[in-house]
Design a protein. Structure first.
Length: 154
């Protein structure tokens, strides 16, 4: 099972790198606002952020309910989506890149840790840690969204 996840993750990274190379055109010229807008449109930032945010909400819901099957399913999807989104970096703005990097890395790491290591000996503490990490990733994603919106409207 671990090997299958590795192959899927590797395939996702290769596909997302190819997509990033094809979508890098709109952000190369213009004002900073135009570059960020072109980049975010080209990589589908709004849609990918919404999807990852929804998955983080589902992680929290599943962990709070102790639904380990639901947590596993959403963790697989979150891991893949965070990998794809991360491959779209850097953005034309370093602060936005840093915020998105934090959000994507935190989301990936919480999913990967759960899938590889489980909850540990203390189930309640493990579930609480997952909820905290999901909150951290969600906050970073929200900050990045606010930064992107401020840049586009500047």
């Amino acid at each position: 099972m671990k090997h299958q996840r590795w192959y899927v993750s590797a395939a996702v990274v290769v596909a997302s790198m190819t997509m990033a190379a094809c979508s890098s055109g709109p952000d190369v010229s213009g004002t900073p606002a135009q570059r960020v807008q072109g980049w975010s449109h080209g990589v589908g930032l709004t849609a990918s952020s919404a999807k990852i945010g929804s998955e983080l909400d589902q992680v929290t819901k599943s962990a709070t309910a102790g639904d380990l099957g639901g947590l596993q399913a959403v963790s697989v999807q979150l891991q893949d989506d965070a990998t794809i989104a991360h491959a779209q970096l850097p953005s034309p703005d370093q602060s936005l890149t840093n915020q998105l990097d934090t959000a994507y890395q935190t989301a990936y790491q919480l999913a990967n840790h759960y899938l590889d290591k489980g909850l540990g000996a203390n189930r309640a503490a493990g579930l609480a840690a997952i909820v905290r990490e999901a909150d951290t990733a969600r906050q970073a994603l929200a900050s990045a969204g606010a930064r992107a919106a401020a840049l586009v409207h500047s």
